[in-house]
Design a protein around this ligand. Structure first.
Ligand code: PLP
Length: 370
């Protein structure tokens, strides 16, 4: 297996824990264990009783029952819980693919969605979202990317890093295409339930049929990245069983306290999501004003969901801009180059409570250097 460094994670490792303002995080504002437990009477006492032995490899039945409530047709045995969505991506790619398979991957995107498939021996075709189309994917392009050895399409909506939420029409068309061509559809839904308008929420892919696998996590919409609880939901028994076998070689089972806390979180997920969407909506007003004030410095495609956007910097080299900003002003943005983007975009995180203060500092920086 040959895996190059995960550029985004390496960039975060450099700055995440020593920079005052994180203005590029993909996860929403988190909370303390005590705040989470306070959502449910008796939960704090129950946590004290959690047994610290090995847990069920699939994930605790109680947690899987809660996760099922995200879906229409999924039952607890269709859910495989992992340590974060990261582990689930890793195991899916090695379970689903073999050398010389061809995979079509939504791009730009979270690096492991393409890179782990490549490490499993696949040829990757990026399916490019374009800013001039509001970051939509073009279905004609999908048809052109198809080869005789294509095994899967990998999509991510709501999307990291653009905040793009696919239209229902396009989503249905991708499902139809995958089904007709007998492809797997791996649908990274880790930002699902963070739509600003709930009416725009897409159905989960796993509810469409056996060819689809949905990925979820507590980290993003619900703001609980430290739990490290992610999962796949699928009616595809072959993929499920293969992933379960591979999991014996990675983590075997999940952290018992985390599974209990995730169960509390999923039972209260609507409250958690609502809290975070409210933070995002308030932050969007602040950044709308920022971009209106500096139209010659940035492009701005407003996201429709999730905790990120991907504006373009028009004032020079984006890597230098992000470097100067983090070193001189203590604000971390993420240059699009970590996504292999060559068009000077950067990732802006919208889910943190201190965004208004970070943006004030950013304005001060921009006024000084211009
Ligand atoms: C699209 C996408 N998928 C998966 C993950 C992995 O989530 P986690 O770090 O919680 O495992 C991320 C994290 O940024 C992501 O943005």
């Amino acid at each position: 297996m040959n895996l190059p460094p995960f550029k985004l994670e390496r960039y975060f490792a450099k700055y995440e824990f020593n920079t005052e303002y994180l203005l590029s995080s993909s996860d929403c504002e988190s909370m303390s264990t005590a705040e989470l437990l306070a959502l449910e009477p008796g939960a704090a006492e129950k946590l004290q009783q959690v047994w610290l032995g090995y847990t069920e490899s699939q994930g605790s039945p109680a947690l899987r029952a809660e996760i099922c409530k995200l879906y229409e047709k999924i039952e607890p045995d269709d859910v495989l819980v992992h340590t974060g969505a990261g582990e689930a991506i890793f195991l899916f790619m090695f379970a689903a693919f073999k050398e010389y398979d061809h995979v079509i991957v939504h791009s730009p995107g979270y690096q492991s969605l393409a890179e782990v498939a490549r490490a499993a021996g696949c040829d990757i075709s990026p399916w490019r979202a374009r800013e001039e189309n509001g970051w939509a994917l073009d279905l004609d392009e999908l048809r052109h990317l198809m080869r005789t050895n294509t095994k899967a399409i990998i999509i991510n909506t709501p999307h990291n890093p653009t905040g793009y939420l696919m239209s229902r029409e396009d989503y249905e068309a991708i499902h139809k295409f995958a089904k007709e061509k007998k492809l797997l559809l791996f649908s990274d839904e880790v930002y699902r339930e963070s739509e600003y308008d709930p009416a725009t929420r897409l159905p989960a892919a796993c509810d469409y049929g056996e060819y689809a696998v949905s990925l979820g996590v507590t980290s993003k919409t619900y703001g609980l990245a430290g739990l490290r609880i992610g999962w796949v939901a699928t009616k595809n028994r072959r993929i499920y069983e293969k992933m379960a076998l591979l999991k014996d070689y990675t983590t075997i089972c999940n952290s018992a306290p985390s599974e209990f806390l995730a169960e509390v979180a999923m039972r209260n997920r609507q409250k958690l999501a609502e809290r975070n969407i409210n933070i995002i909506k308030q932050n969007l007003e602040v950044v709308d004003e920022l971009f209106a004030r500096y139209p010659s410095l940035f492009t701005w495609v407003r996201p429709q969901a999730g905790s990120m956007a991907f504006p373009r910097y028009l004032g020079g080299n984006v890597e230098k801009f992000c470097d100067d900003l983090v070193n001189k002003a203590g604000i971390m943005l993420l240059p699009g180059t970590v996504y292999d983007d060559s068009q000077n975009h950067f990732r802006l995180g919208l889910g943190r409570k201190n965004l208004p203060q970070a943006v004030e500092r950013l304005k001060g920086f921009l006024n000084k250097v211009r």
